[in-house]
Design a protein. Structure first.
Length: 28
């Protein structure tokens, strides 16, 4: 249960960072 909560928060933070960056930061 705790791990799921952390995962959801992590995904939200990751998406927020990507939107704020407004550029493909994970392109390799």
């Amino acid at each position: 249960m705790a791990s799921e909560f952390v995962t959801e928060i992590g995904d939200a933070s990751f998406q927020k960072e990507v939107l704020e960056a407004d550029k493909p930061v994970l392109v390799d």
